[in-house]
Each structure stands twice: as C-alpha cells, then as structure tokens.
Write a protein that binds this ligand. Structure first.
Ligand SMILES: *Cc1c(COP(=O)(O)O)cnc(C)c1O
Length: 422
C-alpha cells in the first residue's frame, strides 16, 4: 500500500512514504566478496599484492584501456593524471566550477593552478561554450569531470584541447560504465581516474584506478605512485627515487574486494539504470521539479540522481537554499534517502579563495603565474545549482528495485504537494 500524497507530511505526524527497513545498504556483500577477501588474507602479500595486480588487469579489460594502475584513492589517481599530463608549477589546468574538491586540489598537489569554468545548468558538467575563453598561454590541461555519472560533452572539449595543444584528464570517479557516443568514459581523454570509495558505483571501501592508453603517461604516473621509482614492487627494484613520488599503491585486501565487486558491476549498473528510468517516469511533470538530463548520445550511470527545485515556481527566489533545505528535510522525514552533496562551488572554497596552498601564496605567488580571479560571480550556473539541488544514491543502487523506487517517488511527490506548508 502506498501512502497517498494527500495524507499529512511525516514531518507533521503523517505516515512515512518509505517504510523503515525497506532500503537496502550499498553495496550488497555476498559469498563472492567473502571468498575473495578471505583468499587475500590467506596468501602472504598484503601490500600491493596479487589481487591489486589482477584488479588492474581486469579493470583495464572491463573499461577498454591499455594500462591501469591500482591506487589507494581516486584523488591519488587524479594527482597521477595531472603529473602524467606534464603539469607542474604555475601551469594552469581548467576544471568545472562545481565538482568534488579533489577534482581541483589534485591540480594544486603538483604546484599547478586551477582555473574554473562555469557549468551548464542542465547537465551540471563543464559548459564547453565557456571553455576556450579560459585558455591562456599557461594552460596545460583540462580536467573533464563526468559529474554524477553523466559524461561531460567530450567532442567540443577535445576540439578545444586539440586546437591549443592541451591534455584532457577525465575525472571518472563517479562515472563507471557511463558512455559518450557509445564509448566508455575513461577512454576518451589522455588519461582518467576512477574511485572505488564506499559511495561509488564500484565500492572497494576506498581505492582508485589510473587508466591510460599512452605509454609515456603511464611511466610518469607510475613514478608518482610509488616513491618516485621507475619499477613496481613486483619487479626487480633498484630502490632509487628518480623523481618526487608519493605512496599511492592499493593494498591487496582492497584489490580483492574490488575484483569481487567488478564481477558484479554490469549487473549493478543495469539495475541502477532501470531504477532511474522508473523514478523519472514517476516524477516527470511534477510541478516545481527539474529532473536530471540524459542528453542524446550520452548513457548515464545514475551514480547520483539529482533533483533541482524551480524556485520561481515556488516563489522562493529570495532564499532558495533555506527552502531547498526544508524540502529536503521533509523528504528525509518521509524516509527518502536524499542529501545535499556539495553546498559550495569550488572557487568559493577557502583552499582556493585564500590562494595559499603551501604557504607564502604558493603556487599562485610564483613569478611565472598569471593572476587568477575566483570571484564566485563568474559562475552563476554553478551557484544556482548549489542552491537548489538534493541528490540520491542508495535508492537507485542494487539490490534496491521497484518497491524502493516507487515509495521514494511517493515521498518526493507528497512533499511537493505539501510544499506550501513548509
Ligand atoms: C569521489 C570523487 C573523487 C575522489 O575520489 P576518492 O576515492 O574519494 O579520493 C574525485 N572526483 C569526484 C568527482 C569524486 O566524486
């Protein structure tokens, strides 16, 4: 029995739309996971071991990349990508003004300077029409984030990159299995980073993967990954640090869980897409609601199903954030699993605005650096997005299915129906 949209809000004592205990946790852990993790424990190499190495090969095969390096986070893989593309002190790297912080801090990690470009409100990804204006003589690369599992519009991005001799890094941390014109993300730019953090579509607890088809990019990334050495732990090492390196290797237990989850990834993504289609069918046309887009030529993975509210419709343009928070709280009270993923645009974050990454203003204060402005007024679409969105992950994830999706839709529609009471 579904709750009627006419019954009182759960916030005001009415029945919850999504009954407690219905939503299943992400990810589902089954016998495959248990068997593989135990097998890892029962062999002797718990560092970057046989499972970490096999996971690299299996992920490269799954995604269609020549090379993959297993890392301890997506952020590490992004830092490796920045280095693989030859970016260093006072070089500029362009990135969307709305993303996870490490889409841009990975640039700072190597002394390079992030330059932000506003998003296209509809897709929530970097607006390619604004890209070329951000290119300067110091620009080395572009980070194309496939936000929430929707591919960035790669053709115009790659065209600008070709014209100006720039490298393209794909931040595919949320976008496992997303397609652009039939091709998997992570195969479109010069190199890419995936994340296997708890919330991602492939969960190994924490972890990441650097992928590329370019041998030179691989060599650079590998040095950074393991102490500046040129050889991996399983090779005949000379224990010499040839360049500045970090320790970004993936432990064997993580590799084992990653491999077990990779074997189920296609099934999980198929369920996610079915769930998203069902949710969209229920929500389409709901007054005041802006549904996430899936433009022609793109196949979303629905990592995060993001709702935006039309504040004009609700007459709440004055204080959109406060009203969004009320709508979200009412949905949470209905049992809808939803949260605001990023409340700030990146240029507003102190780490960038203060322009003092490493002390003494470095890297912005470097004599080669251009003066860069992070005035938030330059990113109106990203700001509008942060004020009006709330997102969902777990209700779309396997093994959650029709029942969870239908009750989630009930909860959202009920809150919208009662919006004037908030
Ligand atoms: C999660 C995420 C990262 C970072 O991945 P970690 O594994 O958490 O380091 C980077 N970019 C985006 C867009 C992400 O969602």
């Amino acid at each position: 029995m579904s709750v009627q949209t006419t019954s009182p809000l759960a916030l005001h004592g009415g029945p919850k739309a999504v009954p407690s205990g219905l939503l299943r946790d992400w990810p589902e852990i089954d016998e495959t996971d248990r068997r593989m993790v135990l097998a890892s424990l029962e062999q002797p190499n718990h560092a970057y071991g046989p499972n970490s190495q096999a996971f690299q090969a299996e992920f490269a095969a799954w995604n269609g990349n020549k090379h993959a390096i297993a890392t301890n986070s997506g952020t590490a893989a992004l830092h490796m990508a920045v280095v693989a593309c030859g970016c260093g002190t006072a070089d500029e790297v362009i990135v969307a003004a709305y993303s996870w912080s490490s889409s841009a801090t990975c640039i700072l990690h190597h002394g390079a300077i992030p330059v932000f470009v506003d998003i296209d409100f509809e897709t929530m990804n970097l607006d390619p029409a604004r890209l070329e204006a951000a290119v300067s003589p110091r620009t080395k690369a572009i980070v194309a984030v496939h936000l929430h599992g929707l591919s960035a519009d790669m053709d115009p991005i790659l065209a600008v990159a070709r014209k100006h001799g720039l490298k393209v890094i794909e931040d595919a941390c949320q976008a496992h299995g997303a397609l652009y014109k039939g091709r998997k993300v992570g195969t479109l730019g010069h190199c890419a980073a995936f994340s296997f953090n708890q919330n991602k579509c492939l969960c190994a607890g924490e972890g990441g993967m650097f992928v590329t088809d370019d041998d030179e990019a691989l060599a650079r990334a590998r040095q950074l990954w393991s102490f500046g050495e040129t050889r991996a732990p399983q090779e005949d090492r000379d224990y010499h640090a040839y360049a500045l390196g970090w320790m970004y290797r993936m432990p064997d237990l993580t590799g084992a869980l990653g491999r077990a989850q990779l074997a189920k990834l296609d099934r999980n993504l198929a369920r996610q897409r079915e769930n998203a289609a069902r949710l969209s069918a229920r929500l389409r046309g709901a007054p005041g609601l802006i549904l996430p887009a899936e433009p022609q030529g793109c196949t979303h993975n629905w990592y995060n199903y993001t709702l935006r509210f039309d504040m004009k419709y609700f007459g709440r343009e004055e204080q959109p954030r406060a009203f969004r928070d009320k709508l979200k709280a009412a949905m949470v009270a209905e049992g809808v699993q939803t949260s605001v993923w990023q409340n700030f645009i990146l240029p507003e974050m102190t780490v960038f605005r203060a322009q003092n990454g490493f002390g003494a203003g470095h890297p912005w204060s470097h004599p080669l650096a251009r003066k860069i402005s992070y005035d938030p007024a330059q990113y109106p679409q990203a700001r509008r997005h942060t004020e009006t969105h709330t997102g969902m992950t777990v209700p779309l994830r396997y093994p959650n299915g029709d029942e969870v999706v239908d009750r989630t839709a009930d909860g959202i529609l009920k809150v919208l129906e009662h919006a004037d009471e908030l």
